[in-house]
Design a protein around this ligand. Structure first.
Ligand code: ATP
Ligand code: MG
Length: 403
């Protein structure tokens, strides 16, 4: 069993000591059975949220009414511990309307989306698998627990989740699960954007992107995603790409908007409800990519956008065009060769300027500093006070002649 489960084991032991049942459930169990690196570890238990809060000294209430409490270990690792529950419809599309706590693990597993996600594991690694999830994992199949149509009617997001898992795990959809999505794709329309965005991000970063973009198109689910209803052919174009090496949100979304040829990036990403900070970083990535495609990598660009953003944009370019010859090292070397890394490093300051030009203020000062900055970056003057003094005198002579 993965080492990461050791802390979780202690939580299960504590719950058992108090007379409750507790199991590892969800993605971590699935990923263990697949020998895949595990993400978050979730625990399901017969204990109520109040029991959980009573048993553990450090907890965070993230949704006790829905059964979920975060338990913090002495090492400050956090585990989601959720009371066995069933849930009814999600009419706000975020949280189930009604959660009913139940007594049996079986009931809890039955409400889960796919057989591979409905497996529990005891603290000693024994598998509890009432829906033959392990068999489906072996066959690389995503199959709804129960009747797919009913399960998608309860929560339409599951249709998109099926396809994101297909991308993440490189699995295919079991035929009835697929057919139910074909029939019921319109239901996705009512799901909140935030839930769709979370799934699409995982989908874009998956190793099975090609198959799953084809599925998004074939099932028509793409029609119910923000601003994508007229992007069928572009989505299929994206399916020739592989974005799984991109590990930041802004890199992924930059690749997405670039292939989709989105012009109003801010509007597009706002409709996906991305945070402003991510949107800005995507815009910077696209600005860099556009510049590089026109002029190639150059010092001025790297100076203006900074090394970190330039490397990120480069990674997007490589993902979109694996034949790209430029290496990260080339960009790092260009950055290293910059005589200054930002304006503040210019040694010629405002006082020096007043000494030469007197007190006259005007927009020429900004112009001069901009020209000076570029001259230093391009190496046409040294960043040295005496040299810059001469440079400024020449600049002022030229400036006076032209005005
Ligand atoms: P990942 O590794 O990407 O986090 P995961 O399987 O852990 O995958 P989560 O979204 O974290 O996926 O959900 C945890 C578990 O909760 C799932 O494995 C599944 O059992 C259950 N689950 C989550 N969302 C739903 C849903 N909409 N309907 C039914 N069950 C769900
Ligand atoms: Mg998870």
């Amino acid at each position: 069993m993965d080492k990461a489960f050791h802390q979780g084991m202690k939580i299960i032991e504590e719950l058992e000591k108090s007379g409750h049942e507790a199991y590892f459930v969800g993605g971590s169990v699935r990923d263990t059975l697949m020998n895949r690196a595990i993400g978050d570890i979730d625990i399901a238990t017969s204990a109520t949220p109040q029991d959980i809060q009573r048993i553990f000294p450090k907890t965070i209430d993230v949704g006790a009414e829905h059964g979920t409490i975060i338990v913090l270990t002495a090492e400050n690792e956090s585990f989601e511990v959720t009371t066995y529950r069933t849930e009814s419809q999600y009419s706000d599309n975020r949280r189930p309307d009604q959660v009913t706590f139940v007594k049996s693990l079986f009931e809890d597993l039955k409400r889960r989306d796919f057989t591979m996600n409905a497996i529990a594991m005891t603290k000693t690694g024994t598998i509890v698998d009432p829906f033959q999830g392990e068999k489906d994992i072996k066959r690389k199949i995503i199959r709804s627990v129960g009747i797919p149509r009913e399960r998608f009617q309860e929560d339409a997001l599951r249709m998109l989740r099926a396809i994101r898992f297909a991308s993440q795990l490189s699995f295919s959809l079991e035929s009835n699960t697929f057919l139910a999505i074909m029939n019921d794709h319109e239901r996705l329309h009512s799901i909140s954007v935030e839930r769709k965005t979370a799934e699409i991000e995982k989908l874009l970063a998956g190793i099975g992107l090609k198959y799953c973009l084809e599925l998004l198109v074939k099932t028509k689910l793409y029609k119910h995603l923000p601003e994508l209803s007229d992007k069928k052919s572009k989505l299929l174009e994206l399916s020739t790409k592989n974005l799984c090496n991109l590990n930041s949100r802004s890199a992924l979304w930059a690749a997405f908007v670039h292939v989709l040829e989105i012009e109003q990036i801010d509007d597009f990403l706002t409709s996906w409800k991305l945070p402003k900070k991510v949107i800005k970083a995507v815009e910077h990535n696209i600005a860099i990519i556009t510049n590089v495609q026109k002029y190639g990598w150059n010092k001025e660009l790297i100076y203006q956008m900074g090394l970190k953003q330039s490397i990120e944009a480069h990674e997007v370019l490589v993902a979109l065009n694996p034949d790209t010859e430029t290496s990260n090292l080339h960009i790092e070397n260009l950055y290293k060769s910059l005589p200054i890394k930002n304006k503040k490093e210019i040694v010629f300051n405002g006082h020096d300027l007043i000494k030469i030009a007197g007190e006259k203020r005007g927009k020429w000062i900004a112009e001069l500093y901009q020209d000076m900055e570029l001259a230093i970056i391009h190496g046409s003057t040294a960043n040295d006070r005496a040299v810059l003094k001469e440079w400024v005198e020449k600049w002022l002579q030229k400036y006076e002649k032209s005005y």
